[in-house]
Write a protein that binds this ligand. Structure first.
Ligand code: S3P
Length: 446
């Protein structure tokens, strides 16, 4: 078999040191342009993550008649190829136009699920689709809940699979209880609630990331949180809100893990989002015995951020499940790598959601890290990992999943031979410039 054009080979290069700025947070970038699109006024989104996922959201908003202008990047717009700033001219909640074309979200689950909620407020028809991975992922979890609010959505597999056709415009409030803990589902419901008649309440089994609640509050929408219940009343106007997007902790996680496991390393990650619903990775690193330090903490439009310092050391085995797992939902691949480096038997539990991410991540982790020497057993809802690992060189396939690709790159930093990674272009979805930053740290990347 010939290797795909986007194959890369990584050779270990000693300790990682110095300072790294990661691109803007993916979740916050999506929300900043989407919410400002339906706000009143103009906002500037700085340090926007110009990765493929968030650019897909911008293209869809433009197709819905929202004027969005790219600005020259300034000093607060991050480094590398992800450097970007956009001005969003809000059209108001009722200002979206029926799109003349099919909205294509590419690989982005956040785009398609949040847009379903946004389109609940459009009095017209919109059709949404995406790449092969998106067309395999479950959409019924959003479609069924929005149907309870009067939104008509049809699609393949009785509305569970894209392409999806949405006819909105006549929504009413409802008491919505989601069976899955998912910020994408929650955000879709809360966006639909903005234009619904009356009050909507939303609850989920475990609290998911709360960027939507924070941003709506920062834009002047009253969001009441009563225990596990979130309440939003329809008809509130959103006031445009500029933001400099904090760095993405989910991207920083690869460097934090690399610094923790490559002997002699010490890294400082600058201006990273520290929203407590996202910081599970920091708790896990600390539980495993890694020295993690927070510095220069600040706040940006209701989102906490700061610098994170971490250094290498011996790691202990841990078990991760429940609320901690939800607070580290996107970090499971790199957490699995940390566990494979730790002494003893670690477990990941309650993670069946990982099977419906960009790939079946439990299977992809077991296959890729397993090929490089890790001892991993797959469970229906998790992984059992026996460490430490003697990492060896080899060939792995990312299955087109950006977080698997970056996890394999970190494993290569400890391997006793070159690691060849097939299908690496997917890192563009969340981390443009990842391979360049890796090479700047010393490893040879070809
Ligand atoms: C996201 C929520 C999470 C996460 C995804 C981004 C968001 O998905 O995995 O990368 O921005 O709301 P779920 O809500 O499906 O858990």
């Amino acid at each position: 078999m010939t290797a795909p054009a986007d194959t890369r080979t990584v050779r270990a290069g000693g300790p990682l040191r110095g300072t790294i700025r990661v691109p803007g947070d993916k979740s916050i970038s999506h929300r900043a342009v989407m919410f400002n699109a339906i706000a009143e006024g103009t906002a500037v989104v700085r340090n926007f993550l110009a990765g493929e996922d968030c650019l897909a959201t911008i293209r869809c908003l433009e197709a819905l008649g929202v004027p969005i202008v790219e600005l020259p990047a300034g000093p607060r717009d991050g480094g590398g190829p992800s450097r970007s700033a956009f001005e969003v001219r809000g059209v108001g909640l009722e200002g979206l136009q029926e799109p003349a074309e099919i909205l294509d979200v590419g690989n982005s689950g956040t785009s398609i699920r949040l847009l379903l909620g946004l389109l609940a407020n459009l009095d017209g028809l919109a059709v949404l689709t995406g790449d092969a991975s998106i067309r395999r992922r479950p959409m019924g979890r959003v479609v069924r809940l929005l149907a309870e609010m009067g939104v008509r959505i049809d699609g393949r597999s009785s509305g569970d699979r894209a392409p999806l056709a949405v006819r909105g415009g006549h929504t009413h409030g409802a008491r919505i209880a989601s069976p899955v803990a998912s910020a994408q589902v929650k955000s879709a419901v809360l966006l639909a609630a903005l234009g619904a008649e009356g009050e909507t309440s939303f609850s989920e089994p475990v609290p998911s990331r709360d960027h939507t609640e924070r941003m709506l509050t920062a834009m002047g929408v009253p969001v009441a949180v009563l225990g596990r219940e979130i309440l939003v009343t329809g008809g509130n106007r959103l006031v445009a809100r500029s933001i400099a997007v904090p760095g993405d902790l989910s991207s920083a996680a690869f460097w934090l893990a690399a610094a923790a496991v490559v002997p002699g390393s010490e890294l400082r990650l600058e201006d990273v989002g520290l929203n407590p619903t996202r910081t599970g990775i920091l708790d896990i690193l600390r539980d495993m015995g890694a020295p993690v330090e927070l510095l220069d903490e600040a706040d940006e439009a209701g989102e906490p951020l700061g610098d994170i310092k971490v250094a290498s050391g011996e790691l202990d085995a841990v078990t991760v499940g429940g609320e901690l797992l939800v607070r580290a939902i996107d970090e499971v691949p790199i957490v699995a790598l940390l566990m494979a480096c730790a002494r003893g038997r670690s477990e990941i539990r309650d993670a069946s959601e990982l099977r419906v991410k960009e790939s079946d991540r439990l299977s992809a982790i077991a296959a890729s890290l397993g090929a490089l020497g890790a001892r991993i057993q797959e469970l229906p809802d998790g992984l059992v990992i026996e460490g430490p690992t003697r990492w060896k060189g080899g060939t792995v396939d990312t299955r087109g999943d950006h977080r698997i690709a970056m996890t394999c790159a970190v494993a290569a930093l400890m391997a006793d031979g070159p690691v060849t990674i097939h299908h690496t272009a997917c890192t563009e979805t969340s981390y443009p410039g990842f391979w360049d930053t890796l090479a700047e740290q010393g490893p040879i990347v070809e």
